[in-house]
Write a protein that binds this ligand. Sequence first.
Ligand code: NAD
Length: 373
Amino acid sequence: MIIGLLKEPAHETRVSLLPEHVVALKKLNVHVLVEKDAGQTAFANDEKYSEAGAEISSRNSIFEKADVLLCINPLDANETNSCKGKILIGFYQALFNANLISQWNSNNCTVFSMDMLPRTTRAQSMDVLSSQANIAGYKAVLLAANLFPRYFPMFMTAAGSIAPAKLLILGAGVAGLQAIATGKRLGAVVEVFDTRPAVKEEVMSLGAKFIEVEGAADASKAGGYAVEQTEEFLQRQKAKIAESVAKSDIIITTAQIPGKKAPVLITKEMIAQMKNGSIIIDLAAATGGNTECTVNDQIINVDGVTIAGNSKLPCSMPSDASKLYGKNILNFLQLIINKEGQLNLNFEDDLVAGTCVAHAGNITNDRVKQLIN
Ligand code: NAD
């Protein structure tokens, strides 16, 4: 079997595999083609890929020869024909890109959208959402610390005392939990909201305060993902959040619902109540943002509050982001490659079936199918 590693579009710094992952694939009897300069922005050069046993190739040659194409981002629309009949594996956000999946399907591609992986214990080693969200949570706090005109930790010095920064985190998923841990390490006092009461213990074990709002919709049957809340719950939550927002110095928002617009948790009025110099880092910016004012990919100032809308923070740490993403992909590839290095798609396996969105001319995921127009 031949796996082709493609160079990502210009805005991307990460790459699907690093040379260390190529070494592991060679042991699985797989031949790896790497597009020239594919790993450059992740600090992995062609020489290192060659030493690992890969063959450096042109993009066209990869389209011609590879059975499996690896690219984190969707391929360019004008390349749809070039990937006829191929297996595509990437972070395609299938619930937001259903029409693109449909186009690939018309070209007989088998598409694995890694963000659709079920959130089960066995899936953890392949969970690209988690490995990348962990980086986003860590970097969100560092970005906030850079933008914040004050210290994070408490200081008692001869020149006076500094109170610790008050950090509020909305959404305690993977990114939120890492943001708590990082904020605590820097000495902030941390408060957290989430609609899933199950995270209360995790939040408290990290030394943060969990703010409870009664009556959230039950997400226990949603495969670990959040579900939409009732309007009545959101109103009560808003009132509770408003109290915390007004006294916070820094807010990191991470609340997302797969396939849906992110919930607006912070209104213009709440922002107007914040102190001058406060910071909001909105990790949900790409899906609409958790504040009414967020602009995706921009840092703006609203009433003296800096709001950074940034859903691309994993790209700011391309080496480790690629190291973890590549290991996730390697673990997933091991599910679909047999000992002889041949492709073996077992759709009885819930992880293979759950991640697959198109196969043999069919859209295989019902939610994606419903979203095609
Ligand atoms: P996510 O990025 O989808 O959402 C971030 C957080 O926002 C979630 O905790 C969610 O509950 C919260 N949220 C959504 N709407 C909200 C609202 N209106 N107000 C406040 N908070 C809101 O989350 P994620 O990091 O992808 O994690 C989702 C779930 O999957 C978690 O339960 C996590 O523990 C679970 N998980 C399981 C595995 C596994 O077993 N393989 C791996 C990772 C995560």
